[in-house]
Design a protein. Structure first.
Length: 248
């Protein structure tokens, strides 16, 4: 996650989904931003035309209005999201940067120590949450990017997810799809990985959102949260969101 993305169409989808997942039975939520320093090499974060689209406004009017106000005021930061009250009152937010650009170059051992310290603090901060949302810049780990490389902070790694899952928490994970294969092939490969990592006891579903670019939100529910997850999925399928979120 980068601050410059706040308020774009992907942000609208992610917070709307979290509002749906936490809105009825009071699942306590933790938002774990893998906050990476803003970059300027592409146009990511500029997909904000939806803020003038009444069809999007009807999906979640109050969220749409709040994000439009943040963008108009130039308050595009995760801290502004935490202050805006768009998620349940007792949501826990973790916004410590996972890595910073600029300054002296860090060695891999230095980045390893920094990441271990960051993860320990994040894990502690989320300890009382039923549901933890992981918001990395790019998504799930890939073989082409090492954990302690300069770009490693843009990914969440499977063993990091397991720390929270093994503690009994349900997970939502952001994942940006790429152009190495079709959406269907990438989805199938990830489904196999989730099944092998979390086993038969996990309730796993994904939500595909194609506006701006293609992204997944992977839901991995503990058994005690599965009925609630099914209820939310049914709610989405019967609402206007079914046009925008493909559930698999």
């Amino acid at each position: 996650m980068q601050n410059r993305y706040v308020g774009d169409v992907g942000d609208f989808a992610k917070y709307a989904l979290l509002r749906l997942l936490t809105g009825r039975n009071g699942l306590s939520l933790g938002v774990l931003w893998y906050l990476f320093a803003d970059e300027s090499h592409n146009s990511d974060g500029r997909h904000i035309s939806y803020l003038q689209d009444p069809n999007f406004a009807r999906l979640d009017p109050s969220l749409h209005k709040t994000l439009a106000e943040l963008v108009a005021a130039g308050r595009r930061s995760v801290r502004s999201i935490a202050q805006a009250g768009i998620l349940p009152e007792h949501t826990v937010y973790f916004d410590a940067p996972i890595d910073r650009l600029g300054g002296p170059a860090k060695s891999a051992p230095q980045r390893a120590r920094q990441r271990a310290s960051w993860l320990k603090k994040a894990h502690l901060a989320m300890q009382a949450c039923d549901l933890v949302f992981f918001d990395p810049d790019n998504g799930l780990e890939t073989a082409s990017v090492a954990r302690y490389s300069p770009k490693g902070g843009k990914y969440v790694f499977w063993d990091e997810l397991s720390l929270f899952w093994d503690r009994g928490q349900s997970l939502v994970i952001y994942h940006h799809l790429n152009r190495t294969a079709s959406v269907a092939k990438q989805t199938e490969a990830l489904q196999e990985k989730f099944a092998s990592r979390f086993g038969a006891d996990a309730f796993v579903r994904h939500f595909l959102f194609r506006r701006g670019s293609c992204r997944h939100f992977w839901l991995v529910s503990q058994e005690r949260h599965a009925m609630h997850s099914l209820s939310v999925i049914d709610q989405i399928g019967k609402s206007a969101w079914s046009e925008y979120l493909t559930i698999g």
